[in-house]
Ligand binder design. Structure first.
Ligand code: NQM
Length: 358
């Protein structure tokens, strides 16, 4: 059979670190538009399904098996459309059911690099539509001389060294923060709070599940009694929040909360949903912060709430400062907004050659 052009000639691809994640960034015009064809190609590019992703770009962890597909937006008032794809490491599954606030950090610089938007004079502000969720973010970053600057003094926990800051502001949500309409729900005898401030998460009290909540990720991953129970709760939570059967989805994320031990607002361990996050996602932090700010929610009693709107969310490798505001709208529903500081870096630009077949 004829060799597929993508296999023979390669596909234009930029590898970037976005926040505490890493992914392959593509122009939408460089990849197939048809979802099944596109997803099959992404599996072959990342080297999935394979625990080691040895034959592809993927880094053998969900945090390094991510794809951003970027295009100019046709939506009024929006500059760029960003579609996120989670390429499952060990299963032939690609999911568009969630977005990623970390890869979002690289989208603005990538759009400038590829000429999708004209850079501003010293800084560039880009309005980005998160195609997966319909949310809109504004990213602001330095573009001296019309090129993204990746070097700078901003530090984020989970990434060595410093880099140029990127401000990400999520537009006030039109969706309710509490997808079930309840501050708490009960699932399999557990008190949970289901909250979505950009990323659907289920909050649980770590102590109630028999752990302290400050264990290393590997320790929690090895507790099969715990991981199985969390998966049962997750499947039920998915149904309750209208996501249907989430067996093959990467949302909702499961969070064990505990009292802060490091001067922050709350301790967290996030299951995303099988592996335990080595830090915390941008929008996960926004969702956790929004949850604990609601009186009566799971974690609100464990939290040390800040005097300002900056919630220092403790995670396995440090602290994520999430600037979050929650309020009730005219209908009495809780809504939320968030702002985060991230960094990103261009690592590699060139052609990627997919495996010929899965
Ligand atoms: O919550 C990991 C990450 C994420 C998602 C994941 C994210 C976010 O840390 O905003 O960024 O969803 O598996 O990059």
């Amino acid at each position: 059979p004829a060799v597929e052009p993508a296999v023979r000639d390669g596909i234009r691809c930029m590898l970037m670190r976005g926040g505490t994640s890493k992914g392959a960034y593509f122009l939408a015009s460089d990849v197939p538009a048809e979802p099944l064809t596109r997803d099959n190609l992404m599996l072959r590019i990342m080297g999935s399904p394979d625990q080691a992703q040895i034959d592809g770009l993927g880094g053998a962890h969900p945090l390094t098996s991510k794809v951003a597909i970027v295009s100019r937006s046709t939506e009024p008032g929006i500059d760029i459309d960003y579609l996120f794809l989670q390429v499952v490491v060990d299963k032939p599954v690609v999911s568009d059911a969630q977005t990623c606030g970390n890869l979002l950090a690289g989208v603005g610089p990538f759009a400038v690099e590829r000429g999708l938007i004209a850079p501003g004079h010293e800084t560039t502000s880009v309005r980005i539509r998160l195609v997966n969720t319909g949310d809109v973010a504004t990213a602001v970053f330095a573009t001296p001389g019309g090129r993204p600057d990746y070097d700078g003094a901003a530090e984020i926990d989970g990434v060595p060294g410093t880099a140029c800051p990127i401000d990400l502001e999520m537009q006030a949500g039109t969706k309710p923060l509490l997808p079930t309409g309840n501050v708490t729900d009960e699932i399999r005898g557990h008190r949970v709070t289901i909250v979505d401030n950009g990323m659907p998460v289920v909050l649980l009290d770590a102590g109630e599940l028999g752990v302290s909540g400050d264990e290393d990720p590997e320790v929690l991953e090895s507790r099969t009694d715990l991981t199985q129970e969390l998966e049962h709760v997750r499947l039920e939570a998915g149904r309750m929040m209208g996501l249907g059967d989430v067996t093959d989805q990467t949302v909702p994320k499961m969070f064990l909360l505990s009292a802060p031990t490091n001067g922050g607002a709350i301790g967290t361990r996030g299951f995303i949903p099988k592996r335990v996050h080595t830090s915390i996602g941008v929008l996960m932090a926004a969702s956790v912060a929004a949850g604990i700010a609601i009186p009566g929610a799971v974690g609100s009693d464990l939290a040390r709430l800040p005097d300002s709107d900056v919630f220092d969310i403790e995670h396995p490798t440090g602290i994520f400062p999430a600037r979050v505001r929650v309020e009730r709208n005219a209908d009495g529903e809780w809504t939320g907004t968030s702002t985060s500081l991230r960094t990103a870096r261009k690592i590699f630009d060139g052609l990627v050659f997919p495996r010929p077949r899965l």
